[in-house]
Design a binder for this molecule. Sequence first.
Ligand SMILES: [Zn+2]
Length: 311
Amino acid sequence: MNPLTPLLQNNSLAIVDGALATELERRGCDLNDALWSAKVLMEQPELIRQVHLDYFNAGADIAITASYQATVEGFAKRGLNREQALDLMKKSVQIAQSARDEFWSNEANRVNRTRPLVAGSVGPYGAFLADGSEYRGDYKLTEQELINFHRPRVEALIASGADLLACETIPCLIEAQALVKLLGEFPNASAWFTFSAKDDEHICNGEKIADCAAYLNQFEQVAAIGINCTSPLYIPSLIREIKKNSDKPIIVYPNSGEVYDPVTNTWHGETSCDAFGHQSKTWFENGASLIGGCCRTTPDHIREVKNLTNA
Ligand SMILES: [Zn+2]
């Protein structure tokens, strides 16, 4: 069964959480480290738990775990052996589950809500390379090599009881193909697949989102198809392209609208939670049934999505 069904049965819209890094920085974490998630998972797990709680309180129905950059190869660079790396991935799920259980244990939080889910984040191969290919997808790897790269984390996240996987910020179709084949090795597991897009029709590596959606639509284990880590401007058209080619639930969690400058490592442009909330209404009207935020979004953005889509 699609693990998203209970959420979508009771509400026409389910809310996904927002950025983790932005909130951790606001709480004083120094994330200026290619493997910041490993650092925070090891040193300050309580802060991650608190951010998950804040998002549930803001209205999120789904928490995405802090495992986006977590890989055996990456954590080895910080001196962690395979077992320690896998333990940290499992820990990311346990932290989110603990926040969810605390939230849900309060009767007041259960009014008009469905029990929130924990989605285990599977970042793309490029997030491990940390060389920008995360948003280009110009990998020199075969599908089988990508499957082998992703297997340990996918296995660890499923073993730790994540309700589903969030295969996210996928820049190229071959990586989605590798991930969906890998998922076939775990027949009881489900995952959503979200791509990063470069315009209102194409994912970052240049394939049409329409083709990606049509491909993924054939697989039972695909719980939802959509877009994340992309400018809000492109979202309505991308949703319509997915909708024409798939009958899966559509999930979008774009960036705040600020633009990242990779030369100076800074973000530019005005953005308001209010504008994000208003845009989310358009995404809903175009056919998205799961909406949240990616880079630079905060609990306030998520609260606005919740308010505006409830209205
Ligand atoms: Zn992002």
